[in-house]
Ligand binder design. Structure first.
Ligand code: HEC
Ligand code: HEC
Ligand code: HEC
Ligand code: HEC
Ligand code: HEC
Length: 449
């Protein structure tokens, strides 16, 4: 409640004095003067939309947007991070998750915070980031922590305007209007850049990475938005930076006219484990297809016993990995086998407890507590201690001392691997054991001696 008072206070001063600058800058990073609130029955069940938009509905079902509230990994991690906090700033961050993970709930009054009894979440908000949330967005107030401004209708009897990419759609059920926002990376970026709600630490920077990269080209021929990759993917068409991204001709609704491209709604990233838990096998297969077209790996011996491995981010529109870069694991596995197939050198192989050796070469961010100590809990993060992820189009070079000179008949293999979270963190979560999560081979190279 105090946030709202702050805002009114600030607004009252803003007209007459520069004081507003000071007051506004004192607002927590999550607060906005345009925070909207609506009635729950203003949001229409995705099932209703799916009655006409059946293909789009089937793509979205089981997507990480559909699962953003139910995702057990997110839920367990969020409850774990909230435990035992006493610092007000840390608590505010730990409570803020629902703003993006359960956005319809947040703007309609429940849940407002993570410690609310989430089992009481309504049937519509529990369906995550959904049709009537994205398609009633009209503006963005800030490019982080979900600054979307909505203009929903009044429910099924008066559905209002659905905003999208067409300027000539005339459906019966709802009004329709062209929205530039929906064709722009900004509609994605406002949630895909995450700052600590109080400390302002950059916890996720997917939008910023894309914005500063080559895909945000001023040349419309070369510009590729988030949608340009993620909303072109379908089974067999990974639509990455290193693969073709052909149009998907068809119709947007049953009996609607043919269009040159219908944007797909699987919102597939790298997560193959969670969709599988919800039997969305198609999404998990597509996540693997995306991951296996994201990077290249090369291998060369630079002297008798040293291998140089080069990994290039050829397919992602942002760093590799992106998103929760402190949790995601992308690493290099190197194995040298002798002529009998026995390993004589190995690094980056998970042990019997599914944990990776300390010296594994990994691309990731490490969060810190503000005085140089690493922290796992994002609620405690005041700084980024290191960031070894691979930026768009860039390469990472690593030397591996094999401790031996490969003989004739030996084979050297280097593989780039992905896993969405370390087993070590899963093991600390309260409740039923989780994992192992799938490990995906993104790219591999072999050298025979
Ligand atoms: C995360 C936000 C988001 C969600 C959730 C979402 N959409 Fe979309 N949708 C978009 C965007 C963005 C576009 C346009 C992309 C562009 O023009 O670059 C779009 C396009 C469309 C279109 C125009 C036809 C097409 O696909 O190109 C329809 C119809 C549509 N969506 C319906 C739906 C329905 C029905 C659902 C729920 C099952 C849904 N959307 C869920 C963001 C979303
Ligand atoms: C009774 C059928 C029907 C229902 C139910 C329905 N739509 Fe549509 N919708 C259509 C038709 C038909 C079009 C026009 C398609 C075209 O012109 O290609 C359309 C177009 C759209 C567009 C594109 C608008 C534009 O101008 O770009 C969006 C977005 C959209 N619908 C979202 C939704 C959402 C969200 C829901 C659920 C709240 C929904 N629709 C429910 C039939 C329906
Ligand atoms: C309301 C906030 C919000 C908006 C708007 C949004 N996203 Fe997301 N998105 C999320 C959240 C939260 C998740 C993670 C859910 C989880 O892992 O539990 C997610 C997950 C994803 C994933 C899957 C990540 C993985 O690890 O597999 C992709 C891909 C994605 N979003 C792309 C997009 C694109 C493209 C757009 C714009 C058209 C967009 N998002 C708009 C909040 C949002
Ligand atoms: C040039 C194609 C391309 C563009 C443009 C692109 N992506 Fe991706 N995205 C990928 C690929 C390939 C992957 C899988 C590799 C990875 O995880 O980074 C991916 C993965 C992701 C993931 C999952 C990351 C993880 O490891 O958990 C998210 C979330 C995501 N993208 C969101 C976005 C958003 C938001 C934008 C726009 C700001 C965007 N992407 C633009 C290709 C693209
Ligand atoms: C500003 C929007 C936003 C807020 C607030 C937010 N998240 Fe997320 N979260 C995302 C997006 C976007 C992704 C997808 C990134 C990716 O796939 O790497 C995500 C993914 C995750 C994942 C990975 C889930 C999986 O299945 O692997 C976890 C865990 C997570 N968030 C925890 C949290 C916690 C805990 C909080 C609150 C302290 C929180 N998030 C607050 C946007 C948000």
């Amino acid at each position: 409640m105090y946030k709202k008072q702050n805002i009114w206070f600030a607004a009252a001063y803003c007209g007459i004095t520069f004081l507003c600058v000071l007051l506004m800058s004192a607002l927590p990073a999550g607060a906005s003067s345009k925070e909207n609130t609506f009635k729950p029955d203003q949001f229409i069940d995705p099932e209703t939309c799916g009655a006409c938009h059946d293909e789009i509905m089937a793509q979205w079902q089981g997507s990480m947007h559909n699962l953003s509230h139910k995702d057990p990994i997110y839920n367990r991690v969020a409850q774990f991070f909230r435990q035992g906090l006493t610092d007000a700033g840390q608590i505010e961050e730990a409570e803020s998750c629902v703003k993006c993970h359960t956005p319809v709930g947040y703007i309609t009054g429940f849940p407002k915070k993570l410690s609310d009894d989430l089992s009481q979440t309504g049937q519509i908000p529990a369906q995550g980031i959904q049709c009537d949330y994205c398609h009633t967005a009209v503006d963005v107030t800030r490019m982080y922590n979900n600054g979307l401004v909505l203009s929903p209708g009044q429910g099924e009897d008066d559905p209002g305007v659905k905003f999208g990419p067409f300027d000539d759609a005339e459906p019966d059920f709802h009004d329709a209007a062209f929205s530039k926002l929906h064709t722009d990376s900004k509609i994605c970026g406002t949630c895909h850049d995450v700052k600590h709600a109080v400390f302002g630490t950059d916890l996720e920077t997917t939008y910023t990475e894309w914005k500063n990269g080559p895909y945000n080209s001023p040349d419309p021929e070369k510009h590729v938005s988030c949608q340009g990759c993620h909303m072109y993917q379908r089974p067999g068409v990974p639509a990455t930076g290193s693969t073709p991204r052909p149009a998907n001709p068809g119709s947007a609704a049953a009996d609607a006219k043919q269009r040159p491209h219908i944007f797909t709604h699987g919102f597939v990233g790298a997560n193959s484990g969670v969709p599988e838990m919800f039997s969305a096998k198609d999404k998990s297969v597509m996540a693997v297809e995306r991951l296996t077209h994201a990077a290249d790996i090369f291998l060369v011996m630079i002297d008798s016993h040293t291998a140089r491995v080069v990994v290039t981010n050829t397919g992602a529109g942002h760093s590799l990995p992106t998103g929760v870069g402190d949790l995601r694991q992308v690493w290099i596995e190197v194995t040298l086998t002798d002529s009998d197939g026995k390993a004589v050198f190995q690094t980056g192989v998970p042990d019997k407890n599914n944990e990776l050796p300390e010296n594994t070469v990994m691309f990731k961010t490490i969060l810190g507590d503000g005085v140089g100590n690493p922290v796992i809990n994002m609620a405690k993060a005041k700084e980024i201690l290191s960031d070894t992820r691979i930026p768009v189009g860039k390469s990472a070079v690593h030397l591996f001392n094999l401790n031996t000179t490969p003989q004739k008949g030996y084979t050297l293999t280097a593989r780039l691997m992905y896993r969405s979270m370390p087993q070590k963190i899963l093991n600390q979560l309260p409740g039923e054991p989780l994992g192992p999560l799938p490990v995906v081979e993104m790219a591999a190279v072999r050298k025979e001696f």
